[in-house]
Design a protein around this ligand. Structure first.
Ligand code: NAD
Length: 480
C-alpha cells in the first residue's frame, strides 16, 4: 500500500515515519556508533499489510490492516493496535519505531511493533467491532505476527480492554493447547488475565514523569515555572484513556487545576478548574463534554493547544503542535502523552522560546511498562502478591506489636490499618511503574548533562535508547 505524504504549513513534512527517522538522525549525529549499525537500527524490519472482508449488516466491507515490526533485537515485539480512519503504513511504521526506543528507555525487554486498522470505531456496533477485531487477529495468526514469544499487541487510539479480550480469545481458539496464550496480548480486562493498574498505566506514567521533572528545579528554569505541581494550570487535548487518567490524577492527587480539555468534538475551558469526576458523569449522561456546567466552549479540537496554561498535555494524536500553530502555543511545559504530537520544527521553535518538552518516547512509556508486568504475570500464571501478601502482613503485625511493647504505647487504629496492609497487585504495579519512570528520567537528564550537543530531553532520550539497542545488536551479531 502506497504511503501517504502529509504536508503541513510551509511544506512541513508531517509523515510520522520521516519525522521519527529525522529525529533519529539528529540524535545519533552526536554518538559514535558505526553507520552500518545505525542503518540497521533505523530500518523498520517487517510490515504485514492485509485487506480483509467483514460482513457489516447485509453487505461485505473491506478493511485495511497493518502490523509493523520495527526491531526484533528483543522478543517479543510489542506495541498497540490503533483503530482510526487515518491510519497509514508510514504512521504504523513510525509508531513501531517509537516503541523500540520507548522500551529501551524504560528497560522493558521488547522490540518495537505497532498495528492499525483503517476504520472509525464510532461508526460500528459492538458486534461489528468484535467481528472486525477477530478477523484481523486471525490474519495476524496466519502470518505469525502475533504470539506470546513473537508479537504482543496492546490498546492504542480507538481500542481498549474489550478489543484486547477478543484478541486473546481468538488467538486461544486458533492455537489450541497453548498454555501461554493469554500472554499474546496485554491491556486485557483484569477478569480476562489483565493486570490491576494497566488501564490507567499510561496516564499514571505521565503523572510520574511530570512529577519527576518538578523534582529538578534547574531543569524547569528556562520555562520560568517554579515550586511544585500544586496550583499549576493544565490544558489537555484528548479525554480518552490517556487524557482522562492524566486529568484525573493531576487534579485529584497533585492539586493541579485543569483549565481546558479538548477532544475530537471540540473542547471546553474553565479558569476555575474542571472537576474531572463531574465531567465524566456529564459525558456519561450526554455523550460528550460539550455543555458542561460552569465551562465555556472552545471553537475546535485544536483550540485547547493554544490556551493560556502552565502545562499542556497533548493526549490525542500525532502532529498537533506544528509550524502552523506553534507560535500560538502559550504553555511553558509540554508533556507529550500522545505519540508524536509535536513536529520537529515546532519542537525546535519551542526550545528556542525556553519551553520544555518531556518527550513521548519517555513520558508515555507507562503503558508498555505495565504491559510488561501483565505479560510476565500471564507467563507465570499467578497474580502478583498472591504468594507473599499474607506473610508480609504477618511480619508487619509482629513489627507493630514489637513497637507497642518497646514503647509501651498503642498504635492508633488508622495508622495500624495502613501499617498492616500488605501490597496488593495494584500497589506492586504502581511502585514498579514509578521506579521505572524515575530511573528513566534520571538517565535521560544525565545524558543531556554529559553531552550538551544533545540540546534537549528528546534528543537525549533518543541517544539513550539508540545506544542500548546498538549494544544489543552488537552483542547479538547477525544470523543467518
Ligand atoms: P483513546 O481512543 O482512548 O482517546 C483518544 C482521545 O483523543 C479521545 O478523547 C478523542 O476524542 C481524542 N481525539 C481523537 N481525534 C482527535 C482530534 N483530531 N483532535 C482532538 N482530539 C482528538 O486513545 P488513547 O488510548 O487515550 O491514546 C491517546 C494517545 O496516547 C495516542 O497518541 C496513543 O498512541 C497514545 N498512547 C496510548 C497508550 C495507551 O495505553 N492507550 C500508550 C501510549 C501512548
Amino acid at each position: 500500500m502506497a504511503s501517504l505524504t502529509h504536508q503541513g504549513a510551509g511544506g512541513e513534512d508531517l509523515n510520522l515515519w520521516n519525522i521519527v527517522a529525522r529525529m533519529f538522525d539528529k540524535a545519533t549525529a552526536n554518538l559514535s556508533i558505526p553507520e552500518g549499525l545505525l542503518k540497521q537500527i533505523r530500518a523498520c524490519n517487517a510490515v504485514y499489510y492485509v485487506q480483509f472482508p467483514v460482513k457489516i449488516g447485509d453487505r461485505y466491507e473491506m478493511f485495511q490492516g497493518w502490523r509493523a515490526e520495527h526491531s526484533q533485537h528483543r522478543k517479543p515485539t510489542k506495541g498497540g493496535i490503533r483503530y482510526s480512519p487515518h491510519v497509514t503504513q508510514d504512521e504504523v511504521m513510525g509508531l513501531a519505531a517509537l516503541m523500540t526506543y520507548k522500551c529501551a528507555i524504560v528497560d522493558v525487554p521488547f522490540g518495537g511493533s505497532k498495528g492499525g486498522v483503517n476504520l472509525d470505531p464510532r461508526q460500528y456496533t459492538r458486534e461489528e467491532l468484535e467481528r472486525i477485531t477477530r478477523r484481523y487477529t486471525a490474519e495476524l495468526v496466519r502470518k505469525n505476527f502475533i504470539g506470546p514469544g513473537i508479537n504482543v499487541p496492546a490498546p492504542d487510539l480507538g481500542t481498549g480492554e474489550q478489543e484486547m479480550a477478543w484478541i486473546a480469545d481468538t488467538y486461544d481458539a486458533l492455537t489450541p493447547g497453548s498454555i501461554d496464550s493469554l500472554a499474546c496480548v496485554t491491556g486485557k480486562p483484569v477478569t480476562q488475565g489483565g493486570i490491576a493498574g494497566r488501564k490507567e498505566a499510561t496516564g499514571r506514567g505521565v503523572q510520574y514523569g511530570i512529577r519527576e521533572a518538578f523534582k529538578f528545579p534547574e531543569d524547569l528554569k528556562p520555562t520560568g515555572l517554579t515550586g511544585g505541581l500544586e496550583g499549576k494550570r493544565v490544558a489537555i487535548q484528548g479525554f480518552g484513556n490517556v487524557g482522562y487518567h492524566v486529568a484525573k490524577f493531576l487534579s485529584e492527587e497533585d492539586g493541579c487545576r485543569v483549565v481546558g480539555i479538548g477532544d475530537i468534538s471540540g473542547g471546553i475551558r474553565s479558569e476555575a478548574g474542571l472537576s474531572i469526576a463531574d465531567l465524566t458523569d456529564h459525558r456519561a449522561r450526554t455523550g460528550g463534554i460539550a455543555g458542561f456546567p460552569g465551562s465555556s466552549p472552545l471553537g475546535g479540537p485544536g483550540d485547547v493547544l493554544e490556551l493560556d496554561c502552565d502545562i499542556l498535555v497533548p493526549a490525542a494524536l500525532e502532529n498537533q503542535i506544528t509550524l502552523a500553530n506553534v507560535d500560538r502555543v502559550r504553555a511553558r511545559l509540554i508533556a507529550e502523552a500522545a505519540n508524536g504530537p509535536t513536529t520537529l520544527g515546532a519542537g525546535e521553535k519551542l526550545h528556542q522560546r525556553g519551553v520544555m518538552i518531556i518527550p513521548d518516547i519517555y513520558l508515555n512509556a507507562g503503558g508498555v511498562t505495565v504491559s510488561y508486568f501483565e505479560w510476565t504475570k500471564n507467563l507465570s500464571h499467578i497474580r502478583y502478591g498472591r504468594m507473599e501478601k499474607r506473610l508480609d502482613e504477618m511480619y508487619r503485625q509482629k513489627l507493630v506489636s514489637t513497637i507497642e511493647q518497646v514503647t509501651k504505647s498503642h498504635v492508633e487504629d488508622r495508622l495500624r490499618r495502613d501499617l498492616l496492609h500488605g501490597a496488593d497487585e495494584v500497589d506492586l504495579v504502581n511502585s514498579g511503574l514509578e521506579g521505572s519512570m524515575q530511573n528513566a528520567y534520571r538517565e535521560i537528564r544525565a545524558a543531556l548533562q554529559s553531552e550538551p550537543r544533545h540540546v534537549d530531553l528528546r534528543t537525549a532520550a533518543y541517544a539513550v535508547a539508540v545506544q542500548k539497542v546498538a549494544r544489543s545488536y552488537t552483542e547479538l551479531g547477525d544470523f543467518p
